[in-house]
Design a binder for this molecule. Structure first.
Ligand SMILES: [Fe+2]
Length: 249
């Protein structure tokens, strides 16, 4: 959408749009632009006023989040295990696997699988090192192959000890973007990669509306208490995103 299309659609003047871009927070203009773009106005206004904050959520005790640096940002990867069998699964690989190796040793875990949400470089940088050290097989979305990884078709199920993991293909941010829903922990959890973030979504370059629908179907239709583990930023829940995410008014 061009700026001309947007000012027409929102019923604002070009200087209003320029003011927003310059960081001036005129609520009426924000509201109009948000509505025109199908965004939840109150959430966009909260972001503009720096009133947004991440929800406070406690992770189940057998889920670890690792945040590693990538250029001027950070990327998350996760370790989840079944407390009885001590069998673990790594989700994505991040940019520094040392904390993951330390956790495997500390908790006496055996890494049985590496499941990738998508193939973007920041999520798989340490894949080879994790594979070499643990000998765990790696899996990547069927429509987004990664060298040496077994394909994960939509709806594929994995059993790891008492845990069941179901893959949901959610194309949009990337062609094969895959969400892994995990059952068997004290709270349901879903590893979502860059499909959705706390208060945002991963960038979508084409087929925007179908991508939003895929997120609704593949993530926001999970049980409301499901904890979402995104590839960047804080963790969140389905309920929290249904109530606050600006992309799903
Ligand atoms: Fe990504």
């Amino acid at each position: 959408m061009t700026d001309r299309d947007l000012v027409k659609l929102a019923g604002i003047a070009v200087p209003d749009l320029n003011n927003l871009r310059a960081g001036r927070r005129e609520p009426t203009a924000i509201e109009r632009v948000a509505q025109s773009l199908g965004l939840r106005p109150e959430s966009v206004i909260a972001l503009a006023n720096e009133a947004w904050s991440a929800p406070a959520i406690a992770l189940p005790t057998t889920v670890l989040k690792f945040t590693t640096p990538f250029a001027d940002m950070t990327v998350n990867h996760y370790l989840v295990w079944d407390p009885k069998s001590l069998q673990a699964i790594a989700f994505d690989a991040g940019t520094d696997a040392d904390p993951l190796f330390a956790a495997l040793t500390r908790h006496k875990l055996v890494l049985t699988k590496i499941l990738l949400t998508h193939a973007h470089g920041d999520h798989i940088l340490e894949l080879d090192r994790i594979r070499e050290k643990t000998k765990a097989p790696a899996f990547a979305p069927e429509t987004e192959p990664v060298e040496g990884c077994e394909p994960v078709p939509n709806a594929k199920r994995f059993k790891v000890g008492a845990l069941t993991i179901t893959a949901h293909a959610v194309p949009g941010h990337s062609v094969g973007g895959t969400v892994y829903e995990i059952k068997g922990l004290e709270t349901p959890v879903a590893v979502v990669g860059d499909v959705i973030f706390a208060g945002s979504i991963g960038g979508i370059r084409s087929r925007y509306r179908p991508a939003l629908e895929a997120i609704r179907a593949g993530v926001l239709s999970l049980p409301a208490e499901t904890i979402l583990l995104p590839g960047h930023g804080p963790i969140t829940t389905v309920a929290h995103e249904l109530a606050h995410n600006p992309f799903f008014p």
